[in-house]
Design a protein around this ligand. Structure first.
Ligand code: DQA
Length: 146
């Protein structure tokens, strides 16, 4: 069965209380548990969250070392700023494909959020479907895996 890591970046631990008009009222652990349950019998989903750029890079590198079949990554604001995370994704690309996801539709928000430094090194991007963006990201990896 496919093993997939859902990796969450800065401030996503604040979901539920953070700008609920943009990100909804569910907590990150609610969303992660519901997403994992949705793929029962189809994939093993593990998840993680960090507010720290280096910890996210370590998690991406370790996902490759530990043989994960792919990563669904919501890099939060690092999406728009982190060349280091983009480099980490590029470094694991062949072995561990990464799907970029966002709860909000970043293309419809402030201009600074329109640019994603990680998009060119991910296999694709999903944004704007709220919590369902995560499940769509997992689905994309599974389709590719079969
Ligand atoms: C986000 C969008 C980012 O621009 C923002 O910095 C976040 C969350 C999203 O899921 O919509 O932290 O990645």
């Amino acid at each position: 069965m496919a093993r997939i890591l859902i990796l969450n970046g800065p401030n996503l631990n604040m979901l539920g209380m953070r700008e609920p008009q943009i990100y909804g009222t569910n907590t990150l652990s609610d969303i992660m548990e519901r997403t994992a349950a949705r793929f029962n019998g189809r994939a093993v989903i593990e998840w993680n969250q960090s507010n720290h750029e280096g910890a996210l890079i370590d998690a991406i590198q370790q996902a490759r070392a530990n043989g994960y079949d792919g990563i669904v990554l919501n890099a939060g604001a690092y999406t728009h700023t982190s060349l280091a995370i983009a480099d980490a994704i590029a470094a694991v690309h062949g072995a561990t494909p990464v799907v970029e996801v966002h709860l909000s539709n970043i293309a419809a928000r402030e201009e600074i959020r329109h640019r994603s430094l990680i998009a060119p090194v991910c296999i694709g991007s999903i944004a704007g479907f709220g919590a369902d963006s995560y499940a769509l990201g997992v689905e994309a990896l599974l389709l590719r895996n079969n």
